[in-house]
Design a protein around this ligand. Structure first.
Ligand code: NAD
Length: 453
């Protein structure tokens, strides 16, 4: 171990714990351990692997409060969110526990024999996680990877290692064999990069910034390593005049300020039809002022602090456009910031184009359906978005036209563990969750068996 990182509680700047950061040799050792464990894990009977995943899910559920409290302290997540996040890990494990017995191949008609396909595991899968949702994003990678018969090396983000380390311990407690699910804490440039360069890691699941993701994709090219990328976003919340404006406005703060805006799905660009602008802004101001930013362990908290001083400074650098109004936030120790609503002068504004990853939203008007689609698509990203209208034909037309992986109509909900999640354009590559995710953790092997001998 070469270095130590001090975990800080972002709500009060108190030291929580010191963790050792792995060096290159420790990373290589854990990859070798996972590669060795793969030899036996891939041979475990499907029903036994399913049982182990269900046992893991149960142990996570049994520790949901402990995990949630750890996340509140480490990441500043509200306790309500953190409990959902722990439950999400258990739900994703339960969902994919049904997979080992259902990894069907095909039988394809051929002359003089039988042709069958198998879905074979890849080997060691490297999962690299960002700091904004440490538990769910880890689970979206490791649960389908393990279900498909792979072993996993998982690296949490430097800021937020604590729940990942605990999940590693809980896996062992549930009976997952040693070496199958490995959590290793360290720097992206050392541990994460070694996942990319080590030939025994056969696939990378990366969630994080578009910039780092591009480097990982380039690094994987060297070994034609499989890669799934979940990257940044700058999603639009499109509000038509014929929608329930009160409802859209009441829901809009949660759609962007949840997790202090540190959410790749944050609807950080609100597009309102011109004729509804005044009505929307008045209801939106009421909702933003009511949005509770407070000590995250309180059950009433809707938003906690940002993750770090660095993130707070980076977010505040975007506050150079006219401010429509703000909510409130605690003062004193901690990386607190009030939810802020900007009215950018035009679509060239930095705050309109870049992912801010903080509690800042920009509002702009549009003229008609075509203008709404044009403005929604005028971004390099395409992760999520919302469409508010009471005209179902328009809802479908706009949903089909917006270049984004996860859209919701008259709702801001993007994530369900049983439906696919992922981005268009520079928001990513591949899909996580849902039934299709397993395809990216398996190779299709085709076998022809001659019957004419
Ligand atoms: P980041 O890209 O800085 O780091 C993400 C992870 O990659 C961390 O674990 C980090 O240690 C590691 N890393 C850094 N450099 C590396 C390298 N050279 N090689 C290998 N690994 C490396 O991102 P972040 O600041 O932790 O997270 C915020 C970003 O994540 C935002 O852009 C956000 O939009 C994105 N995100 C996307 C999704 C999604 O599903 N699309 C979900 C959550 C977050």
């Amino acid at each position: 171990m070469s270095a130590v990182y001090e975990v800080i509680n972002p709500a009060n700047e108190q030291s929580v714990k010191k963790v050792d950061l792995a060096d290159l040799a420790a990373t290589d050792a854990v990859i070798e351990k996972a590669a060795k464990a793969f030899e036996s894990w891939k041979k475990i009977a499907p029903s036994d692997r399913a049982k182990l995943l269900r046992a893991f899910a149960q142990v996570v559920s049994d520790h949901r409060e402990e995990l949630a409290k750890l996340e509140v302290t480490n990441s500043g997540h509200t306790i309500g969110n953190a409990l959902w996040e722990a439950d999400n890990v258990a739900n994703v494990l339960n969902y994919y526990s049904a997979a080992p017995e259902r990894l069907f191949g095909r039988q394809i008609p051929v002359a003089n024999g039988i042709d069958i396909t198998f879905k074979e595991p890849l080997g060691v899968v490297g999962v690299i996680v960002p700091w904004n949702f440490p538990m769910p994003i880890a689970g979206w990678g490791f649960a389908p990877a393990l279900a498909a018969g792979n072993t996993v090396v998982l690296k949490p983000a430097e800021y937020t290692p604590l729940t990942a380390v605990r999940l590693g311990e809980l896996a062992l407690k549930a009976g997952i064999p040693e070496g199958v699910f490995n959590v290793i804490v360290g720097k992206g440039s050392i541990v994460g990069n070694r996942f990319v360069t080590h030939p025994k890691v056969r696939k990378i699941v990366f969630t994080g910034s578009t910039e780092v993701g591009k480097g990982i994709m380039a690094g994987c090219a060297d070994q034609v390593k499989r890669v799934t990328l979940e990257l940044g976003g700058k999603s639009a919340n499109v509000i038509f005049a014929d929608s329930d404006i009160e409802k859209a406005a009441a829901a809009a703060p949660g759609a962007v300020f949840d997790n202090a805006g540190q959410d790749c799905c944050a609807r950080s660009r609100i597009l309102v039809e011109k004729s509804a602008f005044d009505k929307f802004m008045s209801a939106f101001e009421t909702a933003v002022k009511k949005f509770r930013v407070e000590e995250p362990s309180l059950a009433t908290a809707e938003m906690g602090p940002l993750i770090s001083k660095k993130q707070l400074d980076a977010v505040q650098a975007y506050l150079n456009e006219p401010v429509a109004f703000t909510g409130s936030a605690p003062t004193g120790a901690g990386y607190w910031m009030a939810p802020t609503v900007l009215l950018p002068k035009d679509t060239k504004a930095k705050s309109w184009n870049e992912e801010i990853f903080g509690p800042v939203v920009s509002v702009m008007t549009f003229d008609d359906e075509a203008d709404a689609i044009k403005k929604a698509n005028d971004t390099e990203f395409g992760l999520s978005g919302s469409i508010w209208t009471n005209n179902s034909g328009k809802a479908i037309r706009v949903a089909r036209a917006v270049e984004s992986g996860n859209l919701s109509v008259n709702s801001n909900s993007s994530v369900r563990y049983w439906t696919p999640f992922g981005g268009y354009k520079q928001s990513g590559l591949g899909r996580e969750l849902g039934p299709d995710a397993l395809d990216s953790f398996t190779e299709v092997k085709n076998v022809f068996i001659a019957t004419d001998n």
